[in-house]
Design a protein around this ligand. Sequence first.
Ligand code: ADP
Ligand code: MG
Length: 570
Amino acid sequence: MSQTAADNQTSVDSRAHEVLRETFGFQQFRGSQLAIIRSVVGGDNALVLMPTGGGKSLCYQIPALLRPGTAIVISPLIALMRDQVEALTHNGVRAAVLNSSLDAETRRQTLSDLMGGRLDLLYVAPETLLSGFMLERLSEIPLALFAIDEAHCVSQWGHDFRPEYMQLDLLRERFPGVPRIALTATADERTRREIEQQLLPDGGQTWVSSFDRPNIRYQVGVKHNGRQQLLQFIRQRHAGDSGIVYCLSRKRSEATAEWLTEQGIEAIPYHAGLPPEVRRRNQERFIREEGLVVVATVAFGMGIDKPDVRFVAHLDLPKSMEAYYQETGRAGRDGLPASAWMVYGLQDVYQMRQLLAQSQAPLAQQQAERQRLDALLAFCESPECRRQSLLAYFAEQHDGNCGNCDNCLEPPATWDATEPARKALSCVWRTGQRFGALHVIDVLMGQANERVRQWGHDKLSTFGIGGELDKRSWQSLFRQLLARGYLQADAEGHGRLKLSEGCRGLLRGEESITLRRDAVPTRRKASGTAAARHPAGWEALRRCRREQAEAEGVPPYVIFHDATLMEMLR
Ligand code: ADP
Ligand code: MG
């Protein structure tokens, strides 16, 4: 480095520190903040990947104050912009918002401040920025930089895709020489590549911070009675703590909040269906009060900066690994121990798959969504260290087990489920791929109830072949088969199961499968099964099957003259 460059850097560093202390009231930069600030002040583009709460804002706010001209910040959410601008003005920074929610007078005033060079930062919604009018105005004044917040919105693969973000590539041509800094908390490889291609094709440094949250204890369990499990978790581990409970629907958020309150845990709902003033009040209460639980849909949390959230609980599955990471990341921002707790069951898998199937999104995006849900399901079912798996998903190495998550503390037992899995798959096939898991389980377990008899399923070759597991174990097995993609559920949401392409190897006996044991699959006594009720006939049937199986070289429960299934297996 030449002497002048070194001097420049020293001067940037000391000015940056000065702004950090005097304007923002902090003593030290975190992680790579200073390095990023240096680079952007020097006029380079940057892509900043930093977890939520990591401190991305300062990475463009300080350069905005150190470079001449106004910084333009593009942000997708009006509420986020407002909060940021409020905080900045509070610190004496000249900042304003321009978006569609402003009245004519405020808008006029803001534009006049902008054109008169009286703004350090201007927050705009992408559609506002992209109007011909706005682009014209901006080309008339000196600009410090463009900051593109929540940059993953440009990614079609991402969960928050916004078409307007794609058009931001015109900034490069219209404003050459103005550095662009893109920021996001979504760090998977694919999103990152898309951001680089779309927003920074002319290059720039990529800054990756660690996504590790060592103070969070991850725990994922099987749902039996979700609410009761939640109550127990809060009482045992987080009595009197602030926490967020996520669930899928508005109704459930309200009912759960009410129920928790009845049980002596003060809880309030939060979802997009509540009147704005109730939402604002509840959010403010949550931030200000101690020991309050908010039961929310995903509408809650973006931009919530409460450091002492002690737990985040998922009563329903989030829709992807990214969503899980973001939502659980709201726990323990103060660095003190916190929990990320989740329960999920067969029903959740159905529900999420159904939601995705009903999606109106373009095909490529639907596919991406499915893959991201699959990744989450694989994570749920994995017996490996949760923190390691989570970080691995974000392409980050983590050395050794964390020693703190459920899987590390109590390594789950696994069992060879190959044979039961094949029986289950065969039975789905034999019942015509038109039934849900519960019915198929009845057939497997030889429950000749009315529905089973009505469909003649008590006459099937797979009737009663599953006496070795109890009902709960079968449910666990179906959930895992579904989660791992051996089975798929229908799009209409009736829970009807179908075989997937992927089950071929298993059915043909070329593959084996190991599953988590979430409830000990107990050996059942023969009572209650078809075998017990029709001992003689059963024996005869079994013998016949065995012979047929030997003749055709396939396991007994998949044969029986199903030409099409046999075809498929070949
Ligand atoms: P992100 O946008 O990455 O989610 P923010 O920029 O909103 O994160 O910052 C999260 C919190 O961390 C804010 O309360 C912010 O004031 C605080 N923060 C950021 N940088 C520092 C720092 N260097 N020292 C202390 N607090 C910081
Ligand atoms: Mg942010």
